[in-house]
Design a protein around this ligand. Structure first.
Ligand code: ZN
Length: 238
């Protein structure tokens, strides 16, 4: 039998001996407080706008992920912290995270709802103004049953961003129908075309901005990859 520990509460915070592994120093300050002072506080500057630093990190991750399906992995519980992180990673840092969820069966309904809102695709009609309550994978199968001869799939959020196609979406659509699938939305260079054909299983890749905007200043220059470039990339056969 272990000794029964006398009740003690940290002199700085609310933590107490209900945490069986808590350690207090001679001033009655707990190890959580000491960890915060030593390892977190020196780097934690909530008042400073450190967006540029974050963007530097994002740039490195995006560069390392070029031509790959995902550029980072993100654990999602459906709670406020990880849901917010998923938003920051995708919408602010423009990353393509592989979202990893473990549902042990004890997830709260609100967490499950949050996860669905974050990872599920929604379809829109009327130039992206009207939301329809079907996911794109069901919708393309219905379209094929009704006689559609081909499918053009466009992730509106990616359109004009030139940061790569959404490979999961394109592959999900391509693998569910027999008719040809054309991907659009996100092409930024030849690598992206190659990636969506190879990993997204698309039959054709379409783009807009990559043929129009050129260089760091996005100068307008109507252009297209040459036959040589496409052949070298293994996309186009003579
Ligand atoms: Zn404490």
């Amino acid at each position: 039998m272990g000794e029964i520990r006398p009740y003690q509460r940290c002199t700085q915070c609310v933590m107490d001996t209900t945490d069986s592994k808590i350690i207090f120093d001679e001033n009655g300050v707990c190890d959580h407080c000491r960890n915060f002072e030593k390892n977190i506080k020196p780097y934690w500057k909530p008042q400073e706008n450190r967006f540029e630093e974050l963007e530097e990190i994002a740039k490195k991750i995006r560069k390392a992920g070029k031509g790959k399906e995902y550029d980072c992995i993100l654990g999602l519980s459906g709670g406020a912290d990880s849901s917010y992180l998923a938003y920051i990673a995708k919408e602010v840092m423009h990353l393509r995270p592989l979202i990893f969820v473990v549902d042990t069966g004890w997830n709260l309904n609100v967490a499950v709802e949050n996860i669905e809102k974050i990872v599920k695709y929604t379809c829109y009609i009327a130039d992206g103004t009207e939301r329809v309550d079907t996911d794109p994978f069901e919708l393309v199968q219905k379209a094929e049953e009704l006689g559609a001869g081909e499918v053009i799939i466009n992730l509106i959020d990616n359109d004009g961003m030139m940061k790569g196609y959404d490979i999961d979406l394109v592959r999900g659509v391509s693998d569910r129908v027999k008719v040809p699938v054309i991907a659009i939305g996100g092409a930024g260079g030849i690598e992206d075309l190659k990636n969506v054909l190879k990993n997204g299983h698309a039959h054709a890749a379409a783009g807009g901005s990559m043929f129009v905007f050129y260089g760091r200043l996005k100068a307008v220059l109507i252009t297209a990859p040459s036959e040589k470039e496409l052949t070298e990339a293994g996309i186009y056969q003579n």
